[in-house]
Design a protein around this ligand. Structure first.
Ligand SMILES: NC(=O)c1ccc[n+]([C@@H]2O[C@H](COP(=O)([O-])OP(=O)(O)OC[C@H]3O[C@@H](n4cnc5c(N)ncnc54)[C@H](OP(=O)(O)O)[C@@H]3O)[C@@H](O)[C@H]2O)c1
Length: 262
């Protein structure tokens, strides 16, 4: 599948995407570039094969890191029309609530909530001044479907991000800034593929049996497969575009039907 792409759709637009070096973030950067945007992104390390994009090496889990990114983005791009927070991930150990320490909780909030809160605080004022802009926060279906053995703190941090996004949308919508959340289910990133290969090697099975084991652990995906990073990017870029000009304050799930209820 190659999504329809208008190479001029984002001409003249300046877009900041966090965590654009891998996975869904990288696909989102690529998709914005294909649509004619000027794009800036950041991660801790710049990949050698990433071209056509402004890049800052920064750890975004600290206030200093997000400040450095906001400053660099304004200096290099002049303004930000769309701010897309892709950064996130689950770092806590398995074993349920009792093994999660103060440090684990803080780390999940510092990775999954605070970078978005901080960058919004730094970059929304220039959108409000112009009376236009778009903010997209990437959360996860786990905010509604937490896995208690392994992702309690991650899921809670994504829930906080989603509720924060709703409050923000109510406040800044009347000032011309649209805010939406994208909540993916399982995305088949390079990291996911590496996990499948590792599981296959350690169990003596094939990659396909390892993939099926993960699908079963998730309770099944009615579409039978995870989403590709490019499919998540397509939803993000649609929501950031003028085609979504009346879509605001919502959460858009892309999970192949994983959430079992309406
Ligand atoms: N993958 C899934 O199945 C899935 C499911 C639901 C939701 N999500 C959400 O979708 C988003 C993207 O996930 P993904 O799996 O596509 O990501 P990924 O492939 O794991 O890539 C993570 C990205 O974040 C960057 N990063 C990590 N820690 C950072 C830090 N401290 N400061 C700056 N950059 C940092 C990484 O680059 P460096 O390592 O160089 O810093 C990389 O670019 C996340 O919000 C995730 O929670 C993912």
């Amino acid at each position: 599948m190659r999504p329809h792409s208008d190479p001029a759709e984002f001409e003249g637009q300046r877009v900041l995407v966090t965590a654009g070096s891998k996975g869904a973030g990288r696909a989102t950067v690529q998709r914005f570039l294909e649509a004619g945007a000027r794009v800036m992104t950041a991660a801790r390390r710049r990949p050698e094969d990433l071209a056509g994009v402004e890049f800052l090496e920064a750890d975004l889990t600290s206030a200093d890191g997000t400040r450095a990114l906001a400053d660099a983005a304004m200096e290099r791009l002049g303004r930000i029309d769309a701010l897309v927070h892709v950064l996130g991930g689950s770092t806590g150990p398995g074993g349920g609530f009792a093994v999660l320490t103060e440090d684990h909780w803080r780390a999940e909030l510092d990775l999954n909530l605070m970078p978005a809160v901080r960058l919004d605080r730094l970059l929304l004022p220039q959108m409000i001044d112009r009376g236009s802009g778009v903010v997209i926060h990437v959360a996860s279906i786990q905010r509604r479907l937490p896995l208690p053995d392994s992702t309690t703190a991650y899921a809670a941090a994504k829930a906080a991000l989603t509720t924060y996004s709703k409050a923000l949308s109510k406040e800044v919508g009347p000032k011309g800034v649209r805010v939406n959340v994208v909540s993916p289910g399982w995305i088949y990133t390079e990291a996911a593929d590496a996990l499948v290969q590792r599981l296959a090697a350690s169990s003596g099975g094939t990659p396909e049996t390892a993939r099926q084991a993960i699908l079963e652990a998730l309770g099944g995906i009615p579409l039978g497969r995870p989403a590709r990073p490019e499919e998540v990017a397509e939803l993000i870029v649609f929501l950031a575009s003028g085609r979504a000009s009346a879509i605001h304050g919502g959460e858009y799930v892309i999970d192949g039907g994983t959430i079992p209820t309406v």
